[in-house]
Ligand binder design. Structure first.
Ligand code: GLY
Length: 310
């Protein structure tokens, strides 16, 4: 038994422009406060982590839900993964359009189908069956995302070393552990600016965008998805945790090894089964926050660590 639940979130890794720091801080504080209130009401760590991600999906400071980046055709195709550590159940969606909360759809895949992963139009048909409301492209598509695609195209359309692109937004994730040691991993994204239509990134892939096993720990990743998928970043961090590597070291080392071996950059958050938090990134910045003893801890630059009351 642990004394209190643990909730850790991230709001994207990359070369985030400084004027994006405060909107990300504000969005993460809102998400942590929402998560705390859901935990207080429900004592459900899965509802808590999902609520944190939904809060960031609603906020255009992040590349998920509203604020998602655009593909080469100027469209939004979103992806999400949810995983629970008791039995390693997982639900995942990719290529979904016109819904506000892809993480909620991933949860429905996990809870209401015999499968792990649904894609594209079929995922949207399943959303309709599950009575998800449709939201318009105008709701999801922000000016920042449009400008990011314009800049991407002007610059020749290839600089995708991080997910942040030219809009300064980023993938979101929430991981948590309840007082019984039950763990959850949730991750949601619009992908990377200027991706080909139909491109699948790391986020919805178990072992890349996230992983969760109560016997080991829980992880959510962010960064350049094509690199993260090739490196199986979440799974490599899990292997470190299984070997007893301290979570901060496990996360930092594996993000740096990804950059050295493959060349993209990445960040990740983790909780070990002992309840120790790990936060690290090989990108210039990663937005992160966690809740401990009634205080929210957060930061975005290397070595930065602010605290504020709940
Ligand atoms: N990490 C998000 C993506 O590259 O799709």
């Amino acid at each position: 038994m642990f004394k209190e639940p643990i909730i850790v979130i991230h709001g994207g890794a990359g070369n985030i422009p400084d004027n994006r720091d405060q909107p990300k801080f504000d969005g993460m504080l809102t998400a942590i406060r929402k998560a705390h209130s859901v935990y207080t009401d429900t004592l459900s760590i899965i509802d808590t982590c999902q609520a944190a991600v939904e809060s960031m999906e609603d906020n255009e400071a992040f590349n998920a839900g509203r604020g998602s980046v655009l593909n080469l055709k100027g469209e939004i195709e979103m992806e999400a993964l949810i995983m629970e550590g008791k039995n390693m159940n997982a639900g995942s969606v990719t290529g979904v359009r016109n819904i506000a909360h892809p993480i909620a759809l991933a949860r429905k895949v996990m809870d209401n189908t015999p499968h792990v992963f649904l894609m594209g139009q079929s995922a949207n048909e399943f959303a309709t069956k599950m009575k998800f409301e449709t939201v318009s492209d105008d709701y999801l598509m922000t000016d920042a995302a449009k400008i990011a695609l314009e800049n991407f195209l002007k610059m020749g359309g290839s600089p995708v070393t991080t997910e942040i692109g030219h809009g300064g937004v980023g993938t979101v994730g929430a991981i948590g552990m309840n007082v019984d040691g039950h763990m959850i991993s949730c991750t949601s994204t619009g992908g990377i600016t200027g991706k080909m239509a139909g491109r699948v990134g790391d986020t919805p892939v178990p072992g890349a965008g996230g992983y969760c096993d109560n016997a080991v720990g829980t992880v959510s990743t962010t960064g350049h998805g094509d690199s993260i998928m090739r490196y199986c970043l979440a799974q490599r961090i899990m292997t470190n945790l299984e070997q007893g590597v301290e979570p901060n070291l496990a996360v930092q080392n594996e993000c740096e090894k990804l950059s050295t071996r493959i060349g993209g950059s990445a960040g990740a958050i983790a909780i070990s089964k002992e309840g120790t938090i790990g936060i690290g990134f090989s990108s210039e910045k990663m937005a992160w926050a966690y809740l401990e003893k009634g205080m929210i801890h957060y930061g975005i630059k290397k070595g930065q660590h602010f605290t504020i009351g709940l």
